[in-house]
Design a protein around this ligand. Structure first.
Ligand code: GDP
Ligand code: MN
Length: 383
């Protein structure tokens, strides 16, 4: 789950990371009073979970509260579009924060290096711009430090990394303690990623997180009940928000072949087979184990909410899930939704015979193997 900037900063502040003071709101009048409380000089920042927010016009500095309130009024309800997110996102909240005086901008992040099975700290004195751009133009400017989860970080390693990254001398000890706090925050809040860009160094010599992105491992959300009510708020696509409400694992992928399967592995395989057959998956959707007819219907509905879907691929391997239950759900969904696009189903496993018998005579095209099914649906969706 990706946290909004204001949530990320609240979380990091609990671990002693310096962040600018500020508050979140959807109301221009309240934005004005927050700005007044902060002395009038504020930055107003759209709380949308997309890259390139600043360039999209979602971040602006003001020297008085009235202008900050006007900008808030313009921004709320507006769709921001960036290169990273061409579909854009609608702004429903802004963060009004004190302006940080920036002398230098650094980049610091904590991630997971799965192949090394360690945490990865990334550090660069070239902050401000997108890290992908730094990686491309000045790869040497990024210092990477692996952190053993059992041993943690030794001070000497950290001091060396900070020097190697060309962090100026007067900022080095603050950066060392910043990284320690970020690593602690990462481990203790079950984060998947923490990114501070820019990590600002002020003219009077203070290091402070001017922007912050934290994402929490979804599998650990049960340990972080404070975010329970806001998960759909953090969805990156409206259908994903709806999926969270329905308790369905759905990821929007942007292609035109809708996909529904049971078990994450089987769905991943379905995505690969569709790609190999020359198609582009519209989504990932895991129906889950032991799915009853209503849930299957719920899932079909969700996939069909995407107007780009031109064909539906159903890939079910019945273990706990009974294929006849799946078939009933699919048929019921089709009755109620009046689905006009082609559908191919590969159904195998527990009660597969019964399931296929139920589908016989319907408009659902059966296929014997996953490969055959993928080929068929890509062809039918094109025709
Ligand atoms: P992003 O585009 O979503 O990464 O948004 P950021 O919060 O990083 O803001 C984009 C840019 O706006 C930053 O790189 C800074 O150059 C500038 N900016 C943001 N907040 C402040 C601030 O408090 N003071 C100053 N001087 N510039 C800021
Ligand atoms: Mn940023």
């Amino acid at each position: 789950m990706k946290l909004h900037e204001y949530q990320s900063k609240e979380l990091l502040a609990k671990f002693g990371v310096p962040v600018p003071s500020g508050d979140v709101t959807s109301d221009p009048a309240e934005a004005r009073s927050i700005a007044e409380r902060l002395g009038g000089k504020v930055v107003v920042k759209a709380q949308v979970l997309m890259g390139g927010r600043g360039k999209a016009g979602g971040v602006k500095l003001f020297d008085n509260a009235a202008d900050a309130a006007n900008f808030t009024k313009d921004l709320i309800g507006k769709r921001l579009v960036s290169i990273q997110n061409p579909a854009g996102m609608i702004v429903d909240k802004v963060l009004v924060a004190e302006i940080v005086d920036i002398a230098k901008e650094f980049y610091v992040a904590v991630l997971l290096d799965r192949s090394a099975q360690k945490l990865l700290v990334m550090l660069s004195a070239e902050g401000g711009m997108e890290i992908e751009e730094v990686a491309e133009k000045h790869p040497d400017a990024i210092v990477k430090l692996l952190v053993d989860p059992a041993w943690g970080l030794a001070d000497f390693e950290l001091r060396k990394a900070v020097k190697d990254a060309n962090i100026p001398k007067e900022a080095q000890s603050q950066m060392v303690s910043m990284i320690k706090r970020l690593v602690r925050a990462y481990v203790e809040s079950d984060a998947e990623m923490i990114e501070i860009n820019p990590c600002a160094f002020t003219p009077d010599g203070k290091l402070i997180a001017a922007d912050a992105k934290v994402s929490i491992d979804d599998n650990a959300l049960f340990r972080h009940k404070e975010y329970a009510g806001t998960t759909s708020d953090s969805a990156e696509h409206p259908i994903e928000a709806e999926a969270v409400k329905r308790g369905i694992a759905y990821v929007h992928l942007g292609g035109d072949i809708g996909i529904m399967g049971n078990g994450a592995g089987l769905v991943m395989q379905s995505l690969d087979e569709i790609s190999s057959a020359g198609g582009r998956p519209a989504n990932f959707l895991d129906v889950g184990g032991g799915a009853q007819a209503e849930r299957v219907q719920d899932c079909v509905e969700l996939v069909m909410m995407d107007p780009h879907v031109k064909g539906l691929f159903i890939n079910i391997f019945g273990g706990i899930t009974r294929c006849d239950e799946v078939a009933k759900g699919v048929l019921k969904a089709f009755d109620e939704l009046d689905v006009k696009i082609p559908v191919v189903a590969r159904i195998e496993g527990t009660a597969a015979e019964e399931g296929r018998a139920l589908l016989a005579g319907s408009r659902i095209v059966p296929a014997a193997t996953v490969q055959e099914a993928a080929k068929k649906i890509v062809e039918l969706a094109r025709g």
